[in-house]
Design a protein around this ligand. Structure first.
Ligand code: KG4
Ligand code: ZN
Length: 320
């Protein structure tokens, strides 16, 4: 079985090849440099650049995997959710390829893909509890068995990645702000700035608009006093508050679901060093196994889509 997978939901065009259960290539063309000047992703520009970039990405992936197009047995692609123009480009490429080759076409869900990114290198032991932390989603997802996704908690407003990016923008850090805040935090004092404690309720839902507003108000206050902001310490203090809040919800979910055997993290923010350290500690504290995605598979990539497609095929479950 050779699955060629395409991911194009936002500003990355990625093609991956999975052969006999193993990812053998994962090529990603990132547009970050093209969007930096606008402080965020411009949807129209993203889809135009996908049209420009996909032939090279596709050709490179096939060459790198050392396969012929005729060897491909399945084509998978990200069907939803994402920027509509970006998704359409990936869908058209995938449908054309599948039709030309006469092989099945598998439309995948982007967030389910992020969850299965962790399964690439360390296989899941079910039930799995996955903390999804991306630019558009913050969720707790329970998988009692393979590809059976139950959302048990979700954000009521902003996603965690969106909160990182908006705070970073006010700090005048380049897009995407998450990795910048994460890197600067290492040089800062995380107790220098105090943020209100967030998400103190006992539900499994999330809310980041309060932390976003408190952070922006604090920056404005410091500026109005003509004081300099210690940016690394601001980043470290913000990051401590954000990660502590998601960790609290993860602990609560584990207490409510004592049969969980493994925890996992998914989405762009799963690259965060403090989050990775924190979930490692939680897995030890609750004596559950841990599967965290390799850094190469945290942000958007087609390998996770190929892995998810392989899992659906293996389980012979219907694909929505
Ligand atoms: O999953 P992803 O690549 O795209 C979506 O599906 O949304 O996630 C992108 C998000 C951005 O908000 C970015 O700032 C954040 O992930 N991110 C991080 C880190 N790396 C990426 N946030 C915090 N720490 C990081 N190291
Ligand atoms: Zn994503």
């Amino acid at each position: 079985m050779i699955i060629l997978a395409i991911e194009s939901s936002c500003d990355e065009f990625s093609v991956s090849v999975l052969r006999d259960g193993k990812i053998i290539t994962n090529i990603i063309s990132s547009q970050i440099q093209d969007h930096i000047q606008y402080g965020g992703v411009v949807p129209e520009l993203a889809s135009r650049l996908h049209v420009q970039n996909f032939p090279y990405v596709l050709k490179t992936a096939v060459q790198d995997a050392k396969i012929q197009y005729a060897d491909i047995t399945h084509v998978a692609y990200t069907k939803k959710p994402g920027l509509i123009g970006s998704l359409i480009v990936g869908a058209v490429v995938a449908k054309t390829l599948a039709q030309y080759l006469g092989v099945p076409l598998l439309g995948m869900h982007h967030i389910e893909g992020h969850i299965y990114a962790a399964n690439i290198e360390k296989k899941f032991t079910y039930p799995v509890l996955s903390l999804v932390v991306s630019g558009g989603h913050t969720q707790l997802v329970l998988l009692k068995s393979p590809v059976e996704f139950e959302v048990i908690g979700t954000t009521q407003d902003d996603a965690i990645g969106e909160c990182y990016d908006k705070v970073a923008r006010v700090l005048k850090l380049d897009y995407p702000g998450g990795p910048k805040i994460d890197a600067l935090s290492l040089q800062g004092d995380d107790s220098q700035y105090v943020f209100p404690k967030i998400m103190q309720d006992n539900t499994l839902d999330f809310s980041f608009s309060g932390l976003k507003t408190a952070s922006i108000n604090l920056i404005t206050k410091i500026k109005n006093r003509n004081e300099a902001i210690d940016v690394p310490s601001f980043c470290a203090s913000f990051q401590k508050t954000a990660i502590e809040a998601v960790a609290r919800k993860l602990r609560r979910a584990l207490e409510l679901n004592p049969d969980v055997k493994m925890i996992s993290i998914a989405g762009g923010v799963s690259a965060n060093q403090l989050l990775r350290k924190t979930v490692t500690a939680i897995s030890q504290e609750y004596q559950v196994q841990l599967s965290i995605p390799n850094l190469a598979y945290c942000t958007d990539n087609a390998a996770m889509i190929a892995e998810l497609a392989a899992e659906y095929l293996g389980q012979q479950k219907p694909i929505n």
